[in-house]
Ligand binder design. Structure first.
Ligand SMILES: C[S@@+](CC[C@H](N)C(=O)[O-])C[C@H]1O[C@@H](n2cnc3c(N)ncnc32)[C@H](O)[C@@H]1O
Length: 261
């Protein structure tokens, strides 16, 4: 599944992060002894890598937007392209506003937005209680005061016209899609959506047209081949001034619209 260069660089990263090796101990001091505890950790690393477990789960840590998030197999590992959502909010809004991160998972989007601006009131919702447990660990580890967690089936529990911005990176992979073969260690609920991957997105867009204030903004991440259908759903639900942001490979991955009732 991984080439030997990837395994080598992951092993070096593991030695530094988990066993606190210095560069000199890795590259120069070939006689460095290992404690039994460290030998066990290295054996465990090799076993987990043989099972194809991602490094972030082995280290229980994932870097996102300059912060270290605790992660385990209950949540999706945060992806670099999702940082584009955080940067967009950071660069376009400043006054005290209510923001919802729907499907918060590890809390990476909502917590990063909340830490960037303490005047924002940020809510993170998820259907999975397991995911909310992880988000709660991150809220405490990163000492975030303006981030509140709520269990909800998308926006079903929220009042009408209560948010200024809704952001979401929902599950959007179609059932049976071949990409899923490489993602077996991540939770299915975080990845797969019915209706060719569009069911959750359609739900969120429809419900956002009620939960957002007039003039509110919806920001949704999606698959690179879903742009047209997502834009169509936005239009059907009274969103205008629709724009799309591209990821680092220049693929269309994030759609943004303004609600005009
Ligand atoms: C793609 S993951 C995104 C996690 C995190 N926001 C991120 O960007 O790394 C989608 C999240 O949506 C949650 N989810 C799935 N179905 C849901 C539903 N019906 N209502 C609320 N959240 C749901 C999953 O539990 C998962 O945490």
């Amino acid at each position: 599944m991984f080439d030997s260069d990837t395994i080598k660089s992951e092993f070096i990263f593991f030695l530094k992060e988990k066993l606190h090796f210095k560069d000199s101990e890795i590259y120069i001091d070939s006689d460095k002894g290992l404690s039994n505890a460290n030998k066990d950790l290295i054996k465990e690393f090799i076993k987990k890598k043989n099972e194809g477990i991602p490094l972030d789960y082995i280290l229980n840590s994932s870097k996102f937007n300059e912060y270290d998030f605790f992660v385990d197999s209950r949540v999706l590992i945060p992806r670099p392209e999702t940082e584009i959502i955080v940067d967009y909010v950071k660069n376009h809004f400043s006054s005290p506003i209510n923001i919802l991160d729907a499907g918060t998972g590890s809390g990476c989007i909502g917590i990063s937005i909340a830490l960037n601006n303490p005047s924002f009131r940020v809510y993170g919702s998820d259907y999975s209680v397991d995911a909310l447990d992880v988000a709660c660990i991150n809220k405490h580890n990163l000492n975030v005061k303006n981030f509140l967690l709520i269990q909800a089936n998308w926006l079903s529990c929220f009042k009408t016209k209560c948010f200024d911005i809704i952001v979401s990176n929902p599950p959007y992979i179609a059932e049976g899609d071949s990409h899923l073969e490489k993602l077996v260690h991540e939770p299915n609920i975080a990845l797969v959506s019915k209706e060719n991957g569009l069911f959750c997105i359609k739900n969120i867009v429809e419900q956002s047209s009620k939960a957002l204030k007039s003039g509110g903004i919806l920001i949704i991440e999606h698959g690179y081949q879903q742009q047209d259908e997502v834009e169509e759903t936005f239009k059907k639900n009274k969103f205008t001034k629709i724009i799309n942001l591209k990821d680092f490979q220049l693929l269309p991955r994030i759609t943004i619209g303004i609600l005009e009732r």
